[in-house]
Design a protein around this ligand. Structure first.
Ligand code: PXL
Length: 282
C-alpha cells in the first residue's frame, strides 16, 4: 500500500490538549505520516486567562516556498484553529500542495456554546466562510455552523432546525459536511453526514455528563485519519464520534481543559492495524 502523508495546519497550544498536541498523536495512531504547519504558539488554549500568543503568519510563505522547491506534496490538508484573515488566505493557497485527488479538510474552529472563542473579531466568521466553501470535508459544530450560515444559535435546536442548518451548509460547501454536536434527543448527542443531493445520515450515541475543550479537534483528527486510511466517510465519522466519547468517558471532571485521549489511543492503533504484526510487544 502506498503510505499517505497529511499536512495539518493549526496552532500549538503548549498546554491544553487541543489542536496540534491532539492532531499529531491521533493522526500518527491512525498510521498516517503527519506533517505540521503551526499557525501560532500560545502558552495555553484561549479558555485559560492571560495566555500568550505568538502569531506565525509571516512564517507560512517561507515554509511553503521551501516545500515547493523540494517538490513536497500531501495526500490531505487538514486545517484547524487559524488566527487571522491573512492566515486564512495563505492557507487557501496551500491547496496547490495536494497531490492525486488529495482532500482539503476544514474544521472551522472559532466558536462553541453559541459564542466565538476569545480573541476572534466579530467579522472572523465571514473570513472562515471563504475557506469553508473550498472544503472537500467541512466539520463544524452547531455553533460554528450557525456563524457560517448567519443563523441564530439555539441551544436546543430541534430536528427541523438541524435540517435547515444542513441545507445551508451544503449549499455553502460543495463537499461533504459533517455537523458535530447535534443534541435534540434527551441524553443523546450525535453527528450528521451530508452533501448536496445526497440523503443525510445521522449517528447518535449516549451523551456524557461533562463537556470538555479539545473534543472537536479529537473528532476532526480521527475523522481525517480514517478518511485518509480509506474509510468510507460515514464509517469514519462514526469512528470519530465513538473515539471522542471514549476519551470523554475516561476523563475526570476536574480535568476541565482537555480530555485524556492518551488512555484510549490503543483503540485507534487497533482499528488501523498498527503496530503491523505485534513484533514490538514485550
Ligand atoms: O480546541 C479548539 C482550540 C484550538 N486552539 C486554540 C483554542 C481552541 C479552543 O478554545 O483556544 C488556541
Amino acid at each position: 500500500m502506498q503510505e499517505k502523508r497529511i499536512l495539518t495546519v493549526q496552532d500549538v497550544s503548549c498546554v491544553g490538549q487541543c489542536s496540534l498536541t491532539v492532531a499529531l498523536p491521533v493522526l500518527s495512531a491512525c498510521g498516517v505520516e503527519t506533517c505540521v504547519l503551526p499557525t501560532a504558539v500560545l502558552s495555553t488554549h484561549t479558555a485559560f486567562s492571560g495566555f500568550t500568543f505568538r502569531d506565525l503568519t509571516d512564517d507560512i510563505r517561507p515554509i511553503s516556498d521551501h516545500w515547493e522547491k523540494e517538490g513536497i506534496g500531501f495526500d490531505c490538508i487538514y486545517t484547524g484553529y487559524l488566527g487571522s484573515r491573512r492566515q486564512i488566505d495563505l492557507v487557501s493557497e496551500l491547496k496547490k500542495f495536494l497531490v492525486g485527488g488529495g482532500k482539503f479538510v476544514v474544521d472551522p474552529v472559532m466558536a462553541d456554546g453559541g459564542k466565538l472563542y476569545s480573541g476572534f473579531p466579530d467579522d472572523f466568521p465571514g473570513d472562515m466562510k471563504r475557506l469553508a466553501s473550498q472544503a472537500d470535508y467541512l466539520l463544524p459544530n452547531v455553533t460554528e455552523a450557525c456563524f457560517l450560515t448567519g443563523t441564530e444559535y439555539r441551544e436546543k435546536g430541534d430536528e427541523a432546525f438541524i435540517e435547515g442548518l444542513i441545507a445551508k451548509l451544503t449549499s455553502l460547501c460543495g463537499g461533504t459536511v459533517v455537523l458535530k454536536g447535534i443534541s435534540y434527543e434527551e441524553g443523546k448527542i450525535g453527528i450528521a453526514v451530508a452533501g448536496k443531493g445526497r440523503k443525510t445520515r445521522f449517528y447518535f450515541h449516549a451523551r456524557e455528563q461533562a463537556s470538555f475543550h479539545g473534543t472537536g479537534d479529537i473528532f476532526a483528527s480521527v475523522f481525517t485519519g480514517a478518511v485518509v486510511r480509506g474509510r468510507e466517510e460515514f464509517s469514519a465519522a462514526k469512528l470519530a464520534a465513538d473515539f471522542t466519547a471514549k476519551a470523554i468517558a475516561v476523563t475526570e471532571k476536574e480535568h476541565w481543559y482537555g480530555v485524556r485521549f492518551e488512555k484510549v489511543l490503543p483503540f485507534l492503533c487497533e482499528a488501523f492495524g498498527s503496530p503491523a504484526d505485534g513484533e514490538f510487544r514485550p
